[in-house]
Design a protein around this ligand. Sequence first.
Ligand code: ZN
Length: 167
Amino acid sequence: MATLTVDEGMVVAFHYTLRSGTGELLDESEGGPPLPYLHGAGNIVPGLEQQMLGRAEGDRFDAVIPPAEGYGERRDEPPMEVPRGAFPREAQLEPGMQFATRGPKGEVVPLWVRAVVGDTVQLDTQHPLAGETLHFSVEIVLVRAATADEQVHGHPHGLDGTTGHHH
Ligand code: ZN
């Protein structure tokens, strides 16, 4: 059987370590399952998706992704301030936490918690890693064809394509 390589319409799962330009550990898959994504669907940052093209299971590589191909350049803008009471009381609000709200046209707008100051929550419309050059170390552990459902949904349904989720 020919080796499957990463291309449009393939589900790829990988382990990764993500460090900043100064070597600070930002994120890693160590200790958990590998991260699956659907190639060509924009599930991961564009620069990393490009570097995945043509690779196969077992490949390891390092990739340096500039902000423009990562989470974007950071705009210098103050955070939005929202009263703590606007959130569910039981919500644990931590810096970096992501959630979504609806814009004026019903579009989904992602927001991140920058800080909680007293009874005020500071929110950022930019990803916490905007402006960062991303240093990835990647190991590809799975390459398979996406199922028809995955193609339609634009994301993987777990490592084997059958993990249930509800839409
Ligand atoms: Zn789905």
